[in-house]
Design a protein around this ligand. Structure first.
Ligand code: ARG
Length: 582
């Protein structure tokens, strides 16, 4: 069952009233209705239409107010706004309807649509860095929200598992059989990363070793069984380590989602040939390049996208063009998203343009670079370790766990928690802290990674939202209500302003999810959940639940139940767990 949101009902009522007052060509587009401090909602439609109608906005607004049918009432305010009030019964009924539905009344408008989401994309034998954290966390939230809205989501982990660097690493490991780096979870990545650095140093220092490495690259590309087996081993071990981290972080990606760069190897010569044949690419100085209209450098020269290098090697452009062919042709994506950092904006603009011109990306398919900003350290520079190295994600989570543990230990009643439950809560809260800090900032902006601030139990943090959810659950436990119990409510009761405010906030859940879908901005859901937690706090301060009685109590219990579910579902869509007790 889908529930028509109250805001949509109000918007429709105002639009209908406007067409009753004005001929269609003067009524214009439907007036925008917003939540307001002065009334339940405010509409500014009369202001816009008054120009077309040649009438003073206040007069027109008064006519619209008079023409409203149904339950919504209006008063004219300011230069011609309508302050709109919804009857309490409508608000209570919406609460009842959403509670009666598993999906809380949220529609699934993306049903039948396939969305391919490329995210995370760490590199084999290299430590994941905070850029991969952002891609993973943002991509996963989008996967969850779009999936919840009905889309058939294909997750794609474009792992960096191919390239000449593997010849070097394989040769080095062959000559320096290393201590066991396999099967160590996060430590595997650190060990491989370190070995990779050593191999690089040897390559730079020793020209004879470098020659042996080059021969290894040739062997790998030619499919030499021993070399390929060594490469597979590196890939498999790295993937195990990635999966361990995804499990710890609550990221949905698994082995079935890995379509790494190597998968596209065989397609790359074809990509180049077809681009050349279609006239989309040209030879330039021995390389194969494409140009995009309007993309020029500082001296107005067109900027090339290099598809094949002078030495015959393929770059990211060729591989990303190949991903489009797979994702359109085989995966049948209607919408293809690349969750990659903002520095790749030009790359994707040119890749999409070339793919469109080559006919691989039809107009019916929407491709988008979902870009994000950089994670900064407290010094305002890109986040690095003190020695300038990559910050290990596992270390970040360890730090967050230590900080959360300290904060939770100070909480009242912390000693009543069994150790095991406390450990689980600490793990969940640390992940919530890290993910929410990332998701709650505008996607395209940089943000500062500050563990102390992330784990605070108050303010705009993931831990605060988890705590808010657990608090509602605790109220429900106190009144003896459990998930699965009925929530009979009486729509004829007058609503306290704080009850109404909470109910109207709950009613905006689906509009919020649709906004995330439209903009691909998870911070909108974060902001919504934070507003919801605030509305609940105001309600709970003003309206006792356990100490109320009869129908009043039943209505309040229903509000609490819907708040708990909405917070729980919303957090889940951000990829954040919502424990019942904290
Ligand atoms: N593996 C790359 C890196 O670590 C990111 C790849 C992004 N995804 C893509 N389809 N190009 O920088």
């Amino acid at each position: 069952m889908t529930v028509v949101a109250i805001q949509d009902q109000v918007e429709a009522a105002v639009a209908a009233a406007l067409t009753r007052v004005l001929p269609a060509e003067q009524a214009g587009t439907a007036p925008v209705v917003r939540r307001s401090d002065r009334a339940d909602f405010q509409a500014d439609g009369a202001l816009a239409a008054s120009r077309a109608a040649g009438r003073p906005p206040r007069d027109l607004a008064a006519d619209v107010a008079g023409a409203l049918s149904g339950a919504v009432t209006a008063e004219v305010s300011g230069p011609g706004f309508l302050n709109l009030t919804v009857p309490d019964a409508v608000v209570w009924s919406a609460v009842a309807d959403r509670l009666a539905d598993d999906r809380l009344g949220v529609a699934a408008p993306r049903t039948g649509e396939r969305v391919v989401v490329d995210y995370s994309a760490p590199n084999v034998a290299k430590e994941m860095h905070v850029g991969h954290l952002r891609s993973s966390v943002i991509g996963d939230a989008l996967v969850r929200v779009l999936g919840h809205l009905g889309a058939d989501v294909v997750r794609q982990n474009h792992v960096g598992d191919w390239g000449t660097q593997f010849g070097m690493l394989i040769q080095y490991l062959d000559e320096h059989p290393a201590a066991d780096w396999r099967g160590q979870g996060a430590a595997t990545m650190s060990a491989l990363d370190a070995l990779y650095q050593q191999a690089r140093a040897a390559f730079d220092a020793d020209p004879v070793f470098a020659d042996r490495c080059r021969a290894r690259v040739v062997a790998l590309q030619a499919g030499d069984p021993e070399t390929v087996a060594a490469w597979r081993d590196l890939v498999a071990e790295s993937e195990r380590a990635f999966e361990a981290l995804y499990a710890r972080l609550g990221i949905l990606l698994d082995a079935g989602d890995m379509d790494g760069e190597s998968r596209y190897n065989d397609a790359l010569p074809g990509v180049v040939d077809e681009l050349l044949a279609a006239g989309v690419a040209t030879q330039s100085d021995g390389a194969v390049v494409t140009f995009t209209a309007g993309v020029t450098g500082p001296d107005d020269d067109p900027v090339p996208l290099i598809v094949r290098k002078k030495d015959g090697g393929y770059g990211y452009a060729a591989t990303d063009l190949a991903t489009i062919r797979l994702r359109v042709g085989e995966y049948r994506g209607d919408r293809i998203l690349y969750v990659v950092d903002a520095r790749q904006a030009l790359h994707f603009r040119m890749v999409f343009d070339a793919a469109r011109r080559a006919g691989w990306l039809p107009d019916t398919v929407h491709a988008e670079h979902v870009s994000f900003g950089t994670v900064l350290g407290r010094d305002g520079r890109p986040f690095k370790t003190r020695s300038g190295g990559t910050v290990r994600l596992a270390d970040l989570l360890d730090d967050a766990e230590a900080a959360v543990r300290a904060v939770l230990a100070e909480r009242e009643g912390a000693d009543t928690f069994p150790q095991e439950e406390l450990d689980a809560v600490v793990r969940a809260a640390a992940v919530a802290a890290v993910k929410y800090a990332d998701l709650s900032t505008t996607r395209t902006k940089d943000y500062v990674f500050d563990v102390e601030q992330m784990v605070a139990t108050s303010g705009d943090t993931g831990v605060y939202l988890q705590y808010a959810h657990a608090r509602v659950r605790s109220v429900l436990r106190r009144v003896g209500w459990a998930e699965g119990d009925g929530t009979p409510l009486d729509p004829s009761l007058p609503a306290h302003p704080a009850e109404k405010e909470l109910a109207l906030t709950l009613d905006a859940f689906d509009a919020t999810l649709h906004a995330v879908d439209r903009t691909l901005e998870p911070h909108r859901l974060c902001g919504y959940l934070s507003d919801l937690a605030t509305a609940f706090t105001r309600f709970y301060d003003a309206c006792p639940v356990a100490r109320s009685e009869g129908a009043v109590r039943a209505n309040r219990v229903a509000l609490c139940a819907l708040t708990a579910r909405t917070l729980g579902t919303g957090l889940d869509l951000l990829g954040i767990a919502a424990p019942d007790r904290m």
